[in-house]
Structures are given as C-alpha cells and as structure tokens.
Design a protein around this ligand. Structure first.
Ligand code: URA
Length: 200
C-alpha cells in the first residue's frame, strides 16, 4: 500500500497516472483482467463519476461504463442535458474482478491511492459516487446507499472541498427500475449543483 501511495502521489498528470497503473504490480486483479480500465469522458469536466469496478464489457473495451449499466448512465446524463464530453468517469478499482465478484477490502485499499490521485488531477466541482462502495472507500461513510443517497456531502479535494453525492448504481437500477424515481431526483440535484442553483 505504501508503494501504491508513493507511485500514485508522484504522478504529475492523468497520462502519468495511467502509465503508473499499467506498470503497477501490487494488485492481483491485474493478473486476471484483460485490460486496464482507467477512465472515460472529459478530464476538464466539472462533473466526475466514480463507480466500483469494471465488468465484462468494460474489461473487453478498456473503458468504464460501456455495458448495460453504462448505457443507462448515458441516458441519465442525457436527461439532464449532459453527455460524456461533459463528465469524467472512473472506478475505484481499475481491473475487473474475476466473475464480477465484489473487490475485496485489500484490493480496494491497494487501488485507493490511484483513484484519490485521479480525483486530485481532474479536480472536479461535483463528485458523484455510483453505489455505496465508492462512497465508503473515498469518504469512509458507513451508511447503506438507501440512507446515503441524495444527500450532499463534502469530499476533501486538493485545496478545496468538492461537493459530493452518492446515488444508486445503474446496475442496481437495471434490477430495481422503480428506484429510478429517486435517481432522477439525485440527477436533478446534480444538475442544479452544476448550474449553481439552490433547490434541493
Ligand atoms: N460497474 C461499475 O461500477 N463500473 C463500470 O465501469 C461498469 C459497471
């Protein structure tokens, strides 16, 4: 973990960080994954999404959220007038866990310095955690997603506090479509935050 922290911290750019991860041998997930899934979208965007870990389609393409979950995420973005050119998308863990199992706490801890550095380098104004796992890793909050979602929190960025919110993971919405009602609220709240409004 110390090695991961040192390497991540020394990355001066996103390209550097990606190269660093590509050369990093401290996470066993790399052995079974086909590709490194680093990020997608616009590094200049004010809005950044963080998911948990790549699935099968992401592992094949080397890009986050390109499977069914990703298509739903695209539609949700579209609903608030955005697309991938106005958002940056990454995961806590950049390699697919075998069979899409949940990453272990050790795997998550090893990868954490890299996503922390990635957030620093992108320096977004608004951070959205897709599902409870990424919020737990990055904010240390222990609540379940049902309790945590839709509430604005603060993420300690580099030299500034970043407005952060957790919402349902799109994969969960595919299984529980009725919950889209609450996600819709969260996305309106995100839109509002980006446009500087004050409505909840
Ligand atoms: N689920 C995630 O958390 N991330 C992806 O990239 C795809 C599915």
């Amino acid at each position: 973990i110390a090695a991961a922290r040192d390497q991540a911290a020394s990355a001066a750019s996103l390209e550097d960080l990606q190269a660093c991860l590509a050369a990093f041998d401290g996470c066993n997930l790399k052995l079974t994954a086909k590709k490194l899934v680093f990020a997608d979208g616009n590094p200049q965007a004010r809005l950044m999404f963080v998911g948990e870990a790549p699935g099968r389609d992401e592992d094949l393409h080397g890009k986050p959220f390109v499977g069914r979950s990703g298509q739903l995420l695209d539609r949700m973005l579209e609903a608030i007038g955005l697309d991938r050119s106005s958002a940056y998308i990454a995961n806590v863990v950049p390699w697919r866990p075998p069979g899409n199992r949940t990453p272990t706490p050790q795997e998550t801890e090893i990868c954490k310095p890299f996503i922390v550095r990635q957030i620093e380098l992108v320096n977004p104004d608004v951070l959205v955690f897709l599902g409870a796992a990424s919020a737990k890793t990055l904010l240390g909050v222990q609540d379940g997603i049902r309790k945590m979602r839709g509430r604005w929190m603060s993420y300690p960025g580099k030299g500034k506090e970043i407005a952060a919110i957790a919402t349902y993971h799109p994969a969960y919405l595919l299984r529980s479509p009725l919950e889209k009602r609450l996600s819709w609220r969260d996305f309106l709240s995100i839109q509002d935050k980006l446009t500087g409004g004050s409505a909840t």
